[in-house]
Write a protein that binds this ligand. Structure first.
Ligand SMILES: Nc1ncnc2c1ncn2[C@@H]1O[C@H](COP(=O)(O)OP(=O)(O)O)[C@@H](O)[C@H]1O
Ligand SMILES: [Mg+2]
Length: 191
Protein backbone atom coordinates (compact mmCIF):
# COMPACT_ATOMS: atom_id res chain seq x y z
CA UNK A 1 0.00 0.00 0.00
CA UNK A 2 1.06 3.60 -0.41
CA UNK A 3 -0.11 6.95 -1.72
CA UNK A 4 -0.59 7.54 -5.42
CA UNK A 5 2.78 8.06 -7.09
CA UNK A 6 4.71 6.25 -4.35
CA UNK A 7 5.95 3.68 -6.86
CA UNK A 8 3.67 0.66 -6.32
CA UNK A 9 3.02 -0.02 -10.01
CA UNK A 10 6.64 0.73 -10.88
CA UNK A 11 7.78 -1.81 -8.27
CA UNK A 12 5.60 -4.52 -9.82
CA UNK A 13 6.96 -3.60 -13.26
CA UNK A 14 10.52 -3.87 -11.93
CA UNK A 15 9.81 -7.22 -10.24
CA UNK A 16 8.62 -8.86 -13.46
CA UNK A 17 11.21 -7.18 -15.68
CA UNK A 18 8.97 -4.85 -17.67
CA UNK A 19 11.25 -2.00 -16.58
CA UNK A 20 14.65 -1.98 -14.91
CA UNK A 21 15.07 -0.43 -11.46
CA UNK A 22 17.16 2.76 -11.25
CA UNK A 23 19.37 0.87 -8.78
CA UNK A 24 19.47 -2.54 -7.15
CA UNK A 25 18.78 -5.98 -8.56
CA UNK A 26 15.77 -8.27 -8.96
CA UNK A 27 16.48 -11.99 -8.61
CA UNK A 28 14.13 -14.91 -9.03
CA UNK A 29 15.39 -18.36 -7.98
CA UNK A 30 18.96 -17.15 -8.38
CA UNK A 31 18.45 -15.54 -11.80
CA UNK A 32 19.25 -11.82 -11.87
CA UNK A 33 16.52 -10.31 -14.07
CA UNK A 34 18.33 -7.02 -14.25
CA UNK A 35 21.21 -8.71 -16.06
CA UNK A 36 19.05 -10.25 -18.79
CA UNK A 37 18.21 -8.91 -22.24
CA UNK A 38 14.70 -7.61 -22.82
CA UNK A 39 13.87 -10.74 -24.85
CA UNK A 40 15.00 -13.06 -22.03
CA UNK A 41 13.06 -11.01 -19.48
CA UNK A 42 9.93 -11.29 -21.64
CA UNK A 43 10.35 -15.04 -21.87
CA UNK A 44 10.91 -15.36 -18.12
CA UNK A 45 7.84 -13.19 -17.47
CA UNK A 46 5.73 -15.43 -19.67
CA UNK A 47 6.98 -18.60 -17.97
CA UNK A 48 7.21 -17.62 -14.31
CA UNK A 49 4.86 -14.67 -13.71
CA UNK A 50 1.12 -14.15 -13.73
CA UNK A 51 -0.12 -10.57 -13.77
CA UNK A 52 -3.55 -9.10 -12.99
CA UNK A 53 -4.23 -5.41 -13.66
CA UNK A 54 -7.03 -3.20 -12.45
CA UNK A 55 -9.16 -3.47 -15.56
CA UNK A 56 -9.40 -3.64 -19.31
CA UNK A 57 -6.47 -5.90 -19.97
CA UNK A 58 -8.30 -8.79 -21.63
CA UNK A 59 -8.42 -8.87 -25.43
CA UNK A 60 -12.03 -7.76 -25.96
CA UNK A 61 -12.49 -9.57 -29.30
CA UNK A 62 -11.48 -12.93 -27.82
CA UNK A 63 -13.72 -15.07 -25.62
CA UNK A 64 -12.95 -15.52 -21.93
CA UNK A 65 -11.61 -19.02 -22.53
CA UNK A 66 -9.41 -17.80 -25.42
CA UNK A 67 -8.05 -15.03 -23.22
CA UNK A 68 -7.37 -17.42 -20.35
CA UNK A 69 -5.68 -19.95 -22.67
CA UNK A 70 -3.31 -17.39 -24.22
CA UNK A 71 -0.28 -17.90 -21.92
CA UNK A 72 -0.33 -21.67 -22.49
CA UNK A 73 -0.57 -21.21 -26.26
CA UNK A 74 2.29 -18.69 -26.22
CA UNK A 75 4.26 -21.33 -24.27
CA UNK A 76 3.65 -23.82 -27.08
CA UNK A 77 0.71 -25.92 -25.87
CA UNK A 78 -1.82 -26.95 -28.49
CA UNK A 79 -4.96 -24.86 -28.72
CA UNK A 80 -7.03 -27.85 -27.63
CA UNK A 81 -4.99 -28.60 -24.51
CA UNK A 82 -4.69 -24.93 -23.58
CA UNK A 83 -8.41 -24.36 -23.99
CA UNK A 84 -9.30 -27.42 -21.90
CA UNK A 85 -7.06 -26.26 -19.02
CA UNK A 86 -8.38 -22.70 -19.23
CA UNK A 87 -11.99 -23.90 -19.25
CA UNK A 88 -11.43 -25.95 -16.10
CA UNK A 89 -9.99 -22.94 -14.32
CA UNK A 90 -12.86 -20.70 -15.42
CA UNK A 91 -15.24 -23.33 -14.03
CA UNK A 92 -13.38 -23.22 -10.69
CA UNK A 93 -13.73 -19.43 -10.73
CA UNK A 94 -17.48 -19.63 -11.28
CA UNK A 95 -17.50 -18.17 -14.79
CA UNK A 96 -17.64 -21.40 -16.79
CA UNK A 97 -21.10 -20.51 -18.06
CA UNK A 98 -19.79 -17.39 -19.84
CA UNK A 99 -16.48 -18.91 -20.98
CA UNK A 100 -17.45 -18.62 -24.66
CA UNK A 101 -18.60 -15.00 -24.47
CA UNK A 102 -16.33 -12.31 -25.81
CA UNK A 103 -14.45 -10.45 -23.10
CA UNK A 104 -15.92 -7.16 -24.27
CA UNK A 105 -19.43 -8.45 -23.59
CA UNK A 106 -19.25 -9.63 -19.97
CA UNK A 107 -19.48 -7.82 -16.62
CA UNK A 108 -16.44 -6.32 -14.90
CA UNK A 109 -16.45 -9.05 -12.26
CA UNK A 110 -16.64 -11.82 -14.87
CA UNK A 111 -13.82 -10.23 -16.89
CA UNK A 112 -11.68 -9.87 -13.77
CA UNK A 113 -12.16 -13.54 -12.88
CA UNK A 114 -11.05 -14.44 -16.42
CA UNK A 115 -8.01 -12.19 -15.87
CA UNK A 116 -7.26 -14.22 -12.72
CA UNK A 117 -7.56 -17.41 -14.78
CA UNK A 118 -5.17 -16.05 -17.40
CA UNK A 119 -2.66 -15.11 -14.68
CA UNK A 120 -2.72 -18.60 -13.14
CA UNK A 121 -3.34 -20.95 -16.06
CA UNK A 122 0.36 -21.74 -16.61
CA UNK A 123 1.04 -22.20 -12.88
CA UNK A 124 3.46 -19.30 -12.46
CA UNK A 125 5.88 -18.96 -9.54
CA UNK A 126 4.83 -15.38 -8.79
CA UNK A 127 1.48 -13.64 -9.20
CA UNK A 128 1.45 -9.83 -9.28
CA UNK A 129 -1.83 -7.94 -8.98
CA UNK A 130 -2.16 -4.15 -9.35
CA UNK A 131 -5.42 -2.97 -7.77
CA UNK A 132 -7.20 -6.17 -8.89
CA UNK A 133 -10.45 -5.18 -7.17
CA UNK A 134 -10.12 -1.44 -7.76
CA UNK A 135 -12.92 -1.18 -10.30
CA UNK A 136 -15.31 -3.70 -8.73
CA UNK A 137 -18.09 -3.30 -6.18
CA UNK A 138 -17.37 -4.60 -2.68
CA UNK A 139 -19.06 -8.00 -2.98
CA UNK A 140 -17.63 -8.75 -6.43
CA UNK A 141 -14.23 -7.54 -5.26
CA UNK A 142 -14.31 -10.01 -2.39
CA UNK A 143 -15.20 -12.88 -4.72
CA UNK A 144 -12.32 -11.99 -7.04
CA UNK A 145 -9.86 -11.55 -4.17
CA UNK A 146 -10.85 -14.83 -2.52
CA UNK A 147 -10.37 -16.61 -5.85
CA UNK A 148 -7.01 -14.95 -6.40
CA UNK A 149 -5.74 -15.80 -2.92
CA UNK A 150 -7.15 -19.33 -2.86
CA UNK A 151 -6.01 -20.40 -6.32
CA UNK A 152 -2.59 -18.83 -5.94
CA UNK A 153 -2.10 -20.77 -2.71
CA UNK A 154 -3.31 -23.97 -4.38
CA UNK A 155 -0.54 -23.81 -7.01
CA UNK A 156 2.05 -22.77 -4.40
CA UNK A 157 2.81 -19.42 -6.01
CA UNK A 158 3.74 -16.20 -4.23
CA UNK A 159 1.17 -13.40 -4.43
CA UNK A 160 1.90 -9.68 -4.27
CA UNK A 161 -1.09 -7.33 -4.38
CA UNK A 162 -1.16 -3.53 -4.68
CA UNK A 163 -4.32 -2.16 -3.14
CA UNK A 164 -5.94 0.95 -1.67
CA UNK A 165 -8.44 -1.22 0.18
CA UNK A 166 -7.65 -1.97 3.83
CA UNK A 167 -9.97 -4.98 3.82
CA UNK A 168 -7.96 -6.48 0.97
CA UNK A 169 -4.69 -5.75 2.79
CA UNK A 170 -5.91 -7.29 6.02
CA UNK A 171 -6.80 -10.56 4.28
CA UNK A 172 -3.18 -11.08 3.20
CA UNK A 173 -0.22 -12.32 5.25
CA UNK A 174 2.04 -9.31 5.31
CA UNK A 175 1.67 -5.57 4.67
CA UNK A 176 4.44 -3.51 3.11
CA UNK A 177 3.99 0.23 2.60
CA UNK A 178 5.71 2.56 0.14
CA UNK A 179 6.47 6.26 0.06
CA UNK A 180 8.37 8.41 -2.48
CA UNK A 181 9.59 5.46 -4.50
CA UNK A 182 10.92 3.45 -1.53
CA UNK A 183 9.69 0.67 0.73
CA UNK A 184 8.97 1.43 4.36
CA UNK A 185 10.05 -1.24 6.85
CA UNK A 186 7.75 -4.29 6.58
CA UNK A 187 5.04 -4.65 9.20
CA UNK A 188 5.16 -8.32 10.17
CA UNK A 189 1.98 -10.16 10.97
CA UNK A 190 -0.36 -7.48 9.59
CA UNK A 191 -3.09 -10.08 9.60
N1 LIG B 1 12.73 2.46 -13.03
C1 LIG B 1 12.46 2.88 -11.79
N2 LIG B 1 13.27 2.55 -10.75
C2 LIG B 1 13.01 2.97 -9.50
N3 LIG B 1 11.94 3.71 -9.15
C3 LIG B 1 11.09 4.06 -10.14
C4 LIG B 1 11.29 3.66 -11.50
N4 LIG B 1 10.28 4.16 -12.25
C5 LIG B 1 9.49 4.83 -11.39
N5 LIG B 1 9.95 4.78 -10.13
C6 LIG B 1 9.36 5.37 -8.92
O1 LIG B 1 7.96 5.21 -8.99
C7 LIG B 1 7.31 6.48 -8.92
C8 LIG B 1 6.06 6.45 -9.80
O2 LIG B 1 5.08 5.79 -9.08
P1 LIG B 1 3.93 4.83 -9.69
O3 LIG B 1 4.50 3.48 -9.86
O4 LIG B 1 3.30 5.46 -10.87
O5 LIG B 1 3.00 4.94 -8.42
P2 LIG B 1 1.72 4.21 -7.87
O6 LIG B 1 1.46 3.00 -8.69
O7 LIG B 1 2.10 3.94 -6.44
O8 LIG B 1 0.65 5.27 -7.96
C9 LIG B 1 8.36 7.46 -9.38
O9 LIG B 1 8.16 8.72 -8.82
C10 LIG B 1 9.64 6.83 -8.84
O10 LIG B 1 9.82 7.14 -7.47
MG1 LIG C 1 -0.26 2.51 -9.87
Amino acid sequence: MGPSGSGKSSLLHCLCGVILPDSGRVTLDGTDLTGLSEARRSRLRLERFGIVFQRGDLVPELTLVENAALPLMLLGRSRQAATATARELLDDLGVGDVADRRAGAVSGGQAQRAAVARALVHRPAVVLADEPTGSLDTVTGEVVLDALVGLTASIGAALLVVTHDHRVASSLDELVTMRDGALDAPVAGAR
